[in-house]
Design a protein around this ligand. Structure first.
Ligand code: NAP
Length: 291
């Protein structure tokens, strides 16, 4: 059986992905910088990263390490470089140095796109430090046999100090808090549950290259938030639609359109990815026990 190392396993995606892979019978070793994981290492430190890889010697690395705060990446470009680029470089350097036949699955982001379109993989437009640092991570990953997945995801967080978008909308509307949602920012995420299943397909086939991985019929963040609220029958009187030019609480630029054309992924795996509306319905069910 293939040995799988999930780096950054204690975050938002890792805490859905790891139980999924384990329940399917995979042997998974988990990594994080701190907290509850099988192996701990700071991957922006080269010798710690090499030590981790020597211990794990994985057939497959699923790299979820990252600094995902767009605001923090903008304010601290070097922190973005360390977390989103150097960590990948260190994993890649170990593979190159040792000649180990490890396959790298690098989780990247839909933030590498902008401009009104449903983007194919070659239509990159980099507009903030988060996107730059993740794209540089992709370039590093491409030096070894790798699958680079550009994605975005939704779902209920299983990490106590980590709030997802749907957690924020859910809690705000439930508590009657005023929130503003963006009518001119479009995306096409998958639920974390679906994404975990797709990553499982990837580690079985290990295709090389860059793949968009999202849902069909992406929508604006505002439409998404209202649809989510509707499935949960949450009151929406405290939620208002605004343009991003009015969103003074956002300091860093956000791409206006991150929707992805996922035909390359669908053709490679012979599957049809779900519609975003169905993914929202799936995610809404994750909150039913607290409504
Ligand atoms: N969240 C999203 O909406 C989103 C959307 C698109 C793509 N992505 C990408 O998906 C991946 C997973 O995102 P996520 O939201 O699950 O991330 P997350 O919740 O922020 O978790 C990040 C993980 O990386 C670890 N980590 C961070 N810096 C590290 C370092 N220098 N050395 C070792 N470990 C380090 C963290 O461990 P500690 O907590 O111990 O530091 C944690 O386990 C990321 O690559 C992200 O760019 C995320």
């Amino acid at each position: 059986m293939k040995s799988i190392l999930v780096t950054g396993a204690t975050g938002l995606l890792g805490t859905t992905l790891v139980p999924h892979l384990k329940s399917c019978g995979y042997h998974v070793v988990t990594h994080a910088r701190s907290g509850r994981a099988d192996l701990l290492a700071d991957l922006d430190n080269r010798s710690s990263a090499f030590e981790l890889m020597e211990q794990a010697k994985p057939d497959i690395i699923i790299n979820l390490v990252g600094l995902t705060s767009v605001e923090q990446c903008q304010e601290q470009p070097n922190a973005a470089y360390l977390a989103n680029t150097l960590t990948v470089e260190n994993l890649v350097l170990w593979i190159l140095k040792t000649g180990t036949a490890s396959h790298l699955v690098q989780i990247s982001t839909d933030q590498v796109y902008d401009g009104m379109a449903v983007h194919t993989e070659d239509q990159v437009t980099l507009t903030n430090n988060y996107a730059f640092s993740k794209y540089a991570g992709e370039l590093a990953a491409a030096h070894v046999p790798s699958t680079i997945l550009r994605t975005n995801f939704i779902g209920r967080s299983k990490v106590s100090n980590r709030e997802s978008i749907t957690d924020w909308v859910f809690t705000s509307l439930r508590d009657g808090k005023q929130i503003q949602v963006l009518r001119d920012v479009f995306f096409s995420p998958l639920s974390m549950a679906t994404l975990a299943g797709m990553i499982q397909l990837v580690i079985e086939k290990n295709p090389l290259g860059i793949f968009n991985l999202g849902s069909h019929n992406g929508m604006s963040k505002a439409d998404f938030d209202f649809a989510f609220a509707e499935y949960l029958e949450l009151p929406t009187s405290t939620m208002s639609r605004i343009y991003s030019s009015e969103a003074h609480f956002l300091k860093a630029y956000r791409p206006k359109d991150m929707r992805m054309d996922c035909s390359r992924f669908e053709e490679t795996f012979g599957i049809k990815l779900p519609d975003l509306k169905d993914e929202i319905r799936l995610v809404a069910r994750e909150y039913h026990d607290i409504t």
